[in-house]
Structure formats: C-alpha cells, structure tokens
Design a protein around this ligand. Structure first.
Ligand SMILES: CCCCCc1ccc(-c2ccc(S(=O)(=O)CCO)cc2)cc1/C=C\c1ccccn1
Length: 240
C-alpha cells in the first residue's frame, strides 16, 4: 500500500515516545515531582516553561487489575467511546482515517476560566509492540497522540486557541496463571499503564491556572478512564 505522507513522522515519534515511556522516573532526568498518588497510581510532573508558557511534562504510572493492555489502548484510541470518559471534551471530529490504527482528530475542550477555549488537531496511532526484553512475555500496546498541522484547519483562526500536545499511553499486560491450570480469568491479568503527556497551551494562560488545571484534571482523567475500561470489559471475553 502507498505510504501516507505522515507515516515516517508517526513511526519515528512512536518509537521515540515508547522509548521514553519505558524509562523509569529515575532515568528520565531530574526534577520529577510526585504530585498525586491514589492507590497504585502515581503522577509526576516537571516544571518547564517555553517562551514563558507552562509546558510541564507529565508522567503517570498505574497498575490496574482485571484488564489488558490491548483493552486499555482500544478504549483510549477508538473515537466512539471518547465522550464517555473524556469529561473536558466539548467536541470531537475525526478529520481523516489514515488507516485502521491511525486517525486524525480535531477536539475542542471545554473552556476553563479565565483562559480562552482550547482546541487540538492531532494524529493518533495505536500499535502492538513486540516484548523485546522477554520473548514469551505478553506484548505491549501503545497509543501515541501528536499534534499536527491540517491545511483545512489552520490554527487560531476561530475563537479557540490551538494547543500542541504529545501523549503516549504505554500498556504492559501481566498474566499470573492460576496454579491448578484452570483457564485464565480476569483475576489473573493486570495492566501496567504509563501515561506521558506534554501540552503546550498555545497561547497565554496564567501559569497558576494551568498548573491548577493539570493538578486537578489529570488524576481525575486517569482514574475515570481506567474505571471506564474496567466497567466496559468486566462481562466481556479478555482481549489479549
Ligand atoms: C487553560 C487550559 C489549557 C489546557 C486545556 C487542555 C489541554 C489539553 C487537554 C488534553 C488532555 C488529554 C488528551 S489525550 O490524552 O490525548 C486524550 C484525548 O482527549 C488530549 C488533550 C485537555 C485540556 C483541558 C483539560 C484537561 C487537562 C488535563 C487533563 C484532562 N483535561
């Protein structure tokens, strides 16, 4: 098949983002602060500014019982579920179906006073990754979202400020087979989730407002999303 114009960028970005997501907090450079903890979920951020704008990188690690990496990525990637779990979403459009595992989105997020409303145009790619460390270990799954230009949706034309985001959701399934050789159930699986994001708010927003939004919204978002996947999958066959 003919390659899509974005394919080289997507492939490079996915490899780069997954490599960074796999690094432990200690290896990711200094300056990470743990700012939220809830059971197995730990959320870190680094305070960074670009041109005076807060672009704090965020890294969350979480272990969730009863779901697999494929299931987590499936519900994160597919547009049909997004309104169910993404509470800050005002509108979402699929601008282009690049392939069955790669889409282009236009999203507007609800306005957060006193900043202006934000929108994002980004490609989203879902991929299964070979577990190159442990050959017979379960595979890893990832979804990478990365802002891109779309000639038919130029930035900052309407009322919304265009944000620039890079997001990587990396999932590693763990299977603990039952001793007595009975079939594997959801009690025998868990998923280690690493969520990394860098969001450039695109235009002026007070640092205090941005940091308050992230501090409040990110823990809520990851908790709500993982709870959503647990509820959606509990009565369905396991998707490995
Ligand atoms: C003044 C406010 C500026 C920030 C507004 C904003 C920017 C980006 C984003 C955002 C967050 C997660 C993604 S994703 O992981 O790709 C999933 C698909 O939606 C894409 C976009 C949201 C929000 C607004 C609120 C907010 C901030 C964190 C967490 C959750 N909501």
């Amino acid at each position: 098949a003919v390659q899509h114009r974005l394919w080289p960028e997507i492939d490079k970005m996915v490899k780069q983002q997954v490599a960074m997501a796999r690094m432990g907090i200690g290896e990711c450079g200094t300056g990470w602060q743990l700012f939220a903890e809830d059971g197995e979920m730990k959320m870190y951020r680094r305070e960074e500014e670009v041109d005076g704008m807060v672009v704090d990188p965020l890294k969350a690690v979480h272990v969730v019982k009863g779901i697999t990496g494929h299931e987590v990525c499936h519900y994160f990637f597919s547009p049909k579920y997004r309104y169910d779990w993404e509470t800050t979403l005002e509108h979402m459009t699929v601008l282009e179906t690049i392939s069955d595992d790669t889409l282009m989105f236009l999203q507007t997020h609800k306005r957060i006073w006193p900043a202006s409303q934000r929108e994002a145009v980004f490609w989203s790619h879902m991929r299964k990754l070979p577990n190159d460390q442990d050959r017979d270990g379960p595979d890893m799954w990832t979804v990478v979202n990365n802002s891109t230009e779309d000639p038919s949706h130029p930035a900052n034309v309407g009322k919304c400020v265009r944000i620039y985001l890079t997001v990587c959701l990396l999932c590693q399934t763990r299977v603990h087979p039952p001793k007595d050789g009975t079939p594997i159930t959801r009690d025998n699986v868990s998923c280690k989730i690493t969520y990394c994001s860098v969001v450039n708010p695109g235009g002026w927003a007070p640092a205090s407002v941005l940091r308050a939004v992230y501090k409040r919204e990110y823990p809520k978002f990851l908790k709500r999303f993982t709870t959503y996947v647990i509820n959606q999958t509990k009565s369905k066959p396991i998707m490995f």
